[in-house]
Design a protein around this ligand. Structure first.
Ligand SMILES: *Cc1c(COP(=O)(O)O)cnc(C)c1O
Length: 350
């Protein structure tokens, strides 16, 4: 990796899932690794993690832990609709572009209908158009709206934007799902409480990301609309998502949910991205694309710069929205930001 890769173990900006496990999660994992406990989620760690989620969301809700985001989203969506229904999402959404058809697969054929996005957010007008376009029996009946918070383009829905989506969903009796792989980043960016951008905005189910926040593995599926959780445990089991030694997936959640660690982790990532954005903005040859609100910075790099960075060992994705994405995580360090910025400058002037 980068020139002065001497200072440390290497850090990347390709994605927040390049990072490791945060200390609080690791410590809880170690604590859970003592003696025996019940399997398949009947252990005390799983109970405590679920209780902590009810506490931080300040409501009674049903909680399930699964291995990854694709399963969380797909199984949650499958529980909201029948095979002849449709799920409306932004054309940029992870469920559309990055889950290999898993939502359709797990729902036995429910169809994703993609709406226009504005900076990664589903445009309300497009949502309503898709819902009302047809009402005949030949069209898969719209049943769910799925949005991502924070979005794939690093933007964040405000509560009033969420309420606007909710109003439309409610008008047409659609359920509301949030892909919250980076929900904590949205909470931190908005400076609000988790409930203010979830169930208070009519969200039925939230898939809450743990992996990108500092866990080794694991996402939580949170049903605010508890009736929808009926039989969800069977879905998880059938899909191979029921961990037998569940305590090792749950304990790290306890580690990050206590003392606001998850929000602090996300806030750190957001702040690092803000700093990276500011540094890159000062370079005239670099164009910042989407407005940075969470922990990613999207930039248009001149091809020669992109090439030079790759030569230096920097990894970054360019398939999301066509520009280069640099993403910060809970552990991003000052010297890593400086090293990246120095290499960008070097590539321009070199
Ligand atoms: C990372 C991510 C997920 C989860 O992906 P998995 O690789 O299946 O864990 C879901 N949604 C979004 C927006 C993501 O960025």
């Amino acid at each position: 990796m980068p020139a002065d890769a001497t200072v440390f173990p290497t850090q990347h900006f390709a994605s927040d899932n390049y990072s490791g496990i945060c200390p609080e999660a690791m410590q809880a994992l170690n604590q859970a690794n003592q003696g025996h406990d019940f399997a398949y989620g009947d252990d005390r760690w799983t109970a405590e993690a679920a209780d902590l989620l009810r506490e931080v969301f300040e409501t009674d809700c049903e909680v399930f832990f699964v291995f990854n985001g694709t399963a969380a989203n797909s199984l949650a969506l499958a529980s909201l609709c029948q095979s002849y229904h449709s799920i409306i999402c932004a054309e940029t959404s992870h469920i559309e572009t990055d889950e290999c058809g898993a939502p359709e697969f797990y729902s036995n054929g429910a169809k994703l209908l993609t709406g226009k996005n504005v900076a990664g957010k589903l445009a309300p007008k497009s949502l309503e158009e898709l819902i009302t376009r047809r009402s005949d029996i030949h069209y898969p009946k719209p049943k769910v709206v799925s949005i991502t918070q924070a979005t794939e383009l690093g933007t964040v829905y405000t509560p009033s934007e969420l309420l606007e989506i909710y109003k439309i969903s409610k008008k047409f009796k659609l359920k509301l799902h949030i892909d919250g792989a980076r929900f904590a980043n949205a909470v931190a960016a908005l400076g609000l409480t988790p409930k203010e951008i979830s169930w208070q905005c009519g969200v039925d189910v939230l898939c809450l990301g743990g992996t990108k926040n500092g866990l080794a593995v694991g996402e939580a599926v949170i049903f605010f609309n508890k009736e929808l959780a009926e039989d969800f445990a069977y879905r998880c089991k059938q899909a191979g998502q029921l961990a037998s030694k569940m305590r090792f997936m749950a304990a790290p959640w306890v580690g990050i949910l206590k003392n606001n660690v998850w929000i602090n982790n996300a806030a750190h990532a957001n702040q690092c991205a803000a700093q990276l954005e500011a540094e890159l903005r000062s370079i005239p040859e670099i164009e910042i694309v989407a407005p940075r609100q969470a922990n990613s910075v999207f930039v248009n790099l001149p091809p020669k710069v992109a090439h030079a960075l790759e030569q230096k060992g920097w990894h970054f994705y360019t398939f999301i929205g066509g520009s280069a994405r640099f993403m910060c995580s809970w552990d991003t360090r000052q010297e890593s930001i400086q090293a990246l910025v120095a290499d960008v400058k070097g590539a321009i002037h070199g």
